[in-house]
Design a binder for this molecule. Structure first.
Ligand code: SF4
Length: 238
């Protein structure tokens, strides 16, 4: 596939490119992928700050690019309201959620299973129903310990490309972009959150690791919900 490039020295790009060069690189990656995949290029919009950047970049490439949001019954009220505003503003965003009954405290007893049911399975459903050939994410390699080994273009699942167009951006560059382009963000950031998730599993943290407030107090602290690590083309059951 023409988009798959030789493995880059990601670290040298993180520190070697300035803000404007990173924006251009990200736009170029999305543009190339959209030229190749057309409607089968879909943005996974988590509604976090990084996704807000990617969604805005994608819309600059083409207003026709579609996206999906995976939400859960445990999202904070602010996130639910923000989602409602974003979906009203951008009807090309589809929302997926798993409302099947699960044990009340599964997030405490087995957070991996809870994330699998509430986040990974709806993501699989979105990829299947939207016939996605290339999904676009806001993953960044400077976010924390679990995100250092990704590439800008990956084929973790056979037949499903993943594009991480802002992989090499620093957190401050994300805020720089959002401020410069007046992109709306979730008001929870005003309270001090640096990474947003379900209300049950997310706290404000002040440590160096941007994701340290996720699943705090569990073995999953600062970890992953699974959409970037689990197979996504597998059969789903909701
Ligand atoms: S973040 Fe917590 S509540 Fe949300 S799906 Fe994962 S374990 Fe469940």
């Amino acid at each position: 596939m023409s988009l798959v490039v030789e493995e880059q020295d990601i670290k040298s790009l993180v520190d070697g490119l300035n803000f404007a060069e990173k924006v251009e690189r990200s736009l170029h990656l999305i543009r190339e992928a959209y030229a190749e995949f057309g409607d089968r290029l879909v943005v996974a919009n988590s509604l976090g700050k990084d996704s807000c950047v990617v969604w805005d970049l994608a819309k600059r490439v083409s207003p026709n690019i579609k996206g999906f949001v995976v939400t859960t019954r445990f999202k904070p009220e602010e996130t639910k309201s923000f989602m409602a505003r974003e979906v009203a503003r951008c009807p090309e965003l589809r929302v997926f959620r798993n409302d099947a009954p699960i044990p009340d405290e599964l997030y405490r007893e087995n957070p991996d299973r809870c994330c699998d049911l509430l986040k990974v399975q709806p993501t699989r459903q979105a990829i299947d129903e939207m016939n996605v050939g290339c999904w676009v994410t806001g993953l960044r390699c400077t976010e924390g310990r679990t995100r250092t080994d990704f590439q800008e273009i990956e084929e973790r699942d056979e037949g499903l490309l993943k594009l991480n167009p802002i992989l090499i951006w620093y957190e401050r560059e994300v805020w720089q972009y959002l401020a410069l382009y007046n992109v709306p963000v979730n008001p929870l950031y005003k309270l001090g959150y640096r990474s947003l998730g379900c209300a049950t599993c997310t706290r404000i943290s002040t440590g160096a690791d941007e994701r340290a407030g996720r699943w705090i107090g569990t073995s999953k602290c600062g970890g992953e919900c699974g959409i970037h690590t689990r197979p996504l083309k597998a059969d789903y059951q909701i």
